[in-house]
Design a protein around this ligand. Sequence first.
Ligand SMILES: Nc1ncnc2c1ncn2[C@@H]1O[C@H](COP(=O)(O)OP(=O)(O)OP(=O)(O)O)[C@@H](O)[C@H]1O
Length: 567
Amino acid sequence: MSGRLDHTRWLIGHTRRLLAPLGIAVAASVVGKALGVALLVVSVWALTRMAAGADLSVAGMIGLLVGIALVKALLRYLEHYAGHYVAFTSLQRLRELFFESLVPQAPAATQGEAGADLTERATRDIDRIEVFFAHTLPPMVAAVVVPAGYVAWLALAVDGASAVVVGLFAAAALLLPALAARGSWSNARRVARRRGAIAAHVADDVQGLPEVLSMGAGQRRLETLADHDDDLIAARTRAGLGTGLRSAGATALRAAGLIAVLLVAQPSIDAMALGLAVSIALWGPTRGVDDFVTGLDSAFAATARVREIVDRPALITQADEPQGLPQRSDVVLDRVRFAYPGTARSVLDDVSLRFDQATWSYLVGVSGSGKSSVAGLVMRGWDPQGGAVTLGGVSVDRLPLDALRERVGFVAQRPTLLRGTIAENLRLARPDASDETLWEALRAVALEEWVDSLPGGLEHRVSARGVNVSGGQLQRLALARALVAEPQVLILDEALSQLDGPTLVLVRERLAASLRGLTVIEISHRADLIPDDAQVWVVDAGRVVAQGRVGMLRATDGPFARLEARG
Ligand SMILES: Nc1ncnc2c1ncn2[C@@H]1O[C@H](COP(=O)(O)OP(=O)(O)OP(=O)(O)O)[C@@H](O)[C@H]1O
């Protein structure tokens, strides 16, 4: 597990191009805090001078103090502006990095329960890192430089003994947070882990609410959530106790510092007054360190969670010199052997398949036979351990990943719609697609009458995940969306499974009539209703067990006919 120093290096690596604004924030913090101390010190110095009979202009002193206060306010603004500029630019970069690193890991990293946890890492964890960028370096530098400067001034201009005492107590106040460092760090990581677990648990419950309630598992789920909560509360209580003890220690230290100054500076009134003024005024800059230490540990714990994703070795890698895109769009698997990462069992064993350009081919087999795994390999969700997967004669691992995934459209059995209008959903891949293109796609999936009948038509709003449309409408909308994207290969993974027989036949007929060079690979566990003239591949337990024209296979007593008989 990486430590704080390592996380600091990693985070600073993302601010390299922001050194100028960071420098401005640090300088503004140092000068601003020095002026804050000066307000008190100058006031006390003026009073001691006046008490000693010096002829100082009160108006002039007030003018000076007002001037210092104004400049200090301006510098405070500058410190915050520059600090937050650095923070938000860095956080934006981290978010980009997070998503960039997820792309080659998808869908493996984004499947199932990982979703909610990933969302927590991509949003709230990255937000928590703000403390590191915006509220750490400037106050940290100021907490060291400002006391050092005033102690030097005290020593040179007022009284050496008071300076030593003020310096020692200021240093002790700075070192106090370090005493609790180990406990606070492990606690911060525990808090971060628990927060992630709670977010994942709540997301699962919200998504699976009907199942949880119908299984009578509501109470049990709440109890598990309460356990996570208890753990979080315990960790946060411990963190609060640490902060409280540190704060009490710092207060005691400050009081002791004042008494010590009085003891060593007497009988000189000047040394006592100025020593006290510097001591009291330095509480601000030194307290700054204590303030950010807790937030900083949360930021490092959040950094660790973000790095668990970003630093994870990519499942698939981009070719150093990707090849140009092929003209053809036939898909071929040649003697492919594949086991999911971390598992020993081959789910595809010596599999060779061929899906010709501009044809609608079928890949059928019982549940678990390896059909979806084929789709995953074509889109490079994973890479096979043996054999080759080619598109238009070029190995898919030689193609730029973005271009490959643009070319290969995919419609899942349970697709997701985004909250918005039907038109917005259909235009997901092509924001500039015309209304006519959208209607054409809707006609191809036999949805044009339904959309036309909706209030607003194309502008009708669908809810997130498409809960206000039926399963079959959802699947057909997803298919229309894939058609608008104009892929060259379209993989339908049980994507028409919720359609009744006649609608299924109608959609296949309409689509097949408008293929225009599109290569369609339909994955299904059902063999009935497939047209007689279609090419089909039958897989079973990760092996190809039959292949040919459907009509021919139907007439033979073999794997296809047996699959069809299962219904
Ligand atoms: N991400 C994964 N990690 C590990 N094993 C997996 C993963 N996805 C699928 N498998 C396993 O690989 C085998 C083939 O699964 P696959 O999803 O390819 O089958 P399928 O024929 O598409 O099944 P279905 O018709 O039920 O969708 C199954 O035994 C499954 O448990």
